[in-house]
Design a protein around this ligand. Structure first.
Ligand code: SF4
Length: 454
């Protein structure tokens, strides 16, 4: 095929907030970087501009399209695929979490489906396009060594212009998680062996991208405190030397057991941990994969220990486990207030494809029929809970979210976080204003979506 351009599309729904989109697609930045230099490549992000008309107007028979999509955006990806076909595009290739976990769903409409990480199959596909030997399915079965993999190219960095277009650039340091939470898609997509990028590559990338804040895409960065403390120490000492405004990451509560590393973390400009407590209900511990046990006293100790080092804590909670009742949500809110969490994420347990939780629900005939994938956004109920009706669950969830994300409460938590920062460095306060309020604000927007989408 005579190939003119490769267009990589990121379906989004957040749009711009005060002129910038929340985050770019790190996956597409890497895939774009694997395109040979002599081929043109562009990333189109629906969060930056509407794409329907652009696809029809600008794409043609000499272009190919690559789409990456989570489950909640897969219907948008399907619409883009139809539009691209109308514009004359021969190959629309689709990968990402949903395609990996449920390839048969995507094969119905995509020309080419990618399962797995695609670092090896994506370049192969491009060669196959040039040679007219394209296959309908590319399955990457390797868990790539992260050293040297898909180094971001300067042309992709220039094109993304992250500081102008995005609030929070993404970065990867580790990938994979050895835990086994029954509802988790990350381990099905990234594997259960934790992999690590070389520290010098991380630092080099941050410098070349000229980013001064980022959120880690890592599945469970905090577990590296236990698995590779030497690596974490080396990383933090290197990050300390960079002029960063701050960064954030997901972790689990055992990070609190490493005071020396927490001290280094603060010096390395870490703003806050997103700690996966998941539930305050100890009866749910079987489903929590061993990282949390629903013991609030233990959670409180961990939060205090992290706060003591000047690092914020965002609590991640999931509602709707089989032992949960409407009271569980209010108990969680009580706990969050007592523990002085800096922010809290409240999500509804969601039976994503490929998870044991979904398999269990199918076996028990508890999936709500005909739910579109776009409501698989952790803010909608997609199955019949055990201890409460769908209506009770939805009503109480709405109430607790309105309470938690009330502007007064967001302001209170934000100011408290700023005060904590000022104990360590008054001069750092202006730099931390954004991070003190942005997380809560983001969760409020997610919750607001619940009421505008079906
Ligand atoms: S700890 Fe987090 S990343 Fe690991 S299996 Fe559980 S939910 Fe998934």
């Amino acid at each position: 095929m005579d190939l003119r351009r490769i267009i990589l599309i990121h379906p989004g729904r957040e749009g711009r907030v005060f002129g910038k989109a929340p985050s770019p697609s790190y996956t597409l930045m890497r895939l774009a970087s694997l395109v040979p230099d002599d081929l043109a490549v562009e990333i189109w992000d629906e969060n930056l501009e509407p794409l329907d008309r652009k696809i029809l107007a600008e794409l043609g028979t000499h272009d190919i399209v690559g789409l990456t999509s989570k489950t909640l955006a897969i219907e948008t990806a399907e619409r883009f695929c139809r539009l691209a076909h109308r514009a004359g595009v021969k190959y629309v290739a689709v990968g990402g979490a949903h395609a990996t976990l449920m390839p048969e769903d995507v094969m119905r409409w995509a020309d080419v489906v990618f399962t797995g990480e695609a670092y090896f199959t994506w370049p192969q596909f491009i060669q196959d396009v040039l040679n007219d030997t394209v296959k309908p399915h590319y399955n990457d079965t390797q868990w790539a060594d992260l050293a040297g993999i898909a180094r971001l190219t300067d042309r992709v960095i220039r094109q993304m212009d992250e500081n102008r277009n995005y609030w929070t650039p993404l970065l990867e340091i580790t990938r994979g998680c050895p835990r086994n939470c029954s509802f988790c898609t990350a381990i099905r997509v990234s594997g259960q062996k934790m992999r690590f990028r070389p520290v010098e590559e991380i630092i080099e990338e941050i410098k070349r991208r000229k980013i001064n804040r980022f959120f880690l895409t890592d599945d469970n960065f905090g577990l590296a405190f236990r698995l590779r403390p030497d690596y974490i120490e080396e990383l933090f000492l290197a990050l300390e030397k960079l002029p960063l405004r701050g960064w954030t990451t997901q972790a689990e509560l055992m990070v609190s057991q490493f005071p020396e590393l927490l001290d280094l973390a603060r010096r390395a400009h870490l703003d806050k941990f997103f700690l996966g407590f998941e539930s305050v209900n100890p009866k749910n511990r079987r489903e929590l994969g061993g990282k949390s046990k629903g013991q609030t006293a233990q959670y409180r100790e961990a939060i205090n220990a992290v706060h003591k080092h000047g690092i914020g804590v965002v609590g991640l909670f999931v509602y709707g486990f089989d032992e949960d009742t409407p009271e569980t949500m209010w108990q969680t809110w009580d706990f969050a207030q007592q523990a002085k969490l800096d922010s809290m994420s409240q999500t509804i347990l969601t039976p994503y494809p490929g998870t044991p939780f979904r398999a269990q629900l199918i076996e028990e005939n508890r999936l709500i029929p005909d739910m579109p994938w776009r409501v698989y956004d952790t803010a909608h109920i997609t199955y019949y809970p055990k201890q409460m009706s769908v209506a009770d669950f939805a009503r109480e969830y709405d109430k607790v979210c309105k309470t938690v994300y009330h502007p007064y409460r967001i302001a209170t938590r934000g100011l408290r976080a700023l005060l904590r920062v000022s104990q360590y460095s008054v001069s750092a306060v202006p730099r931390k204003v954004f991070s003190s309020f942005s997380t809560d604000y983001g969760y409020k927007r997610t919750f607001d979506w619940r009421n505008v989408s079906p």
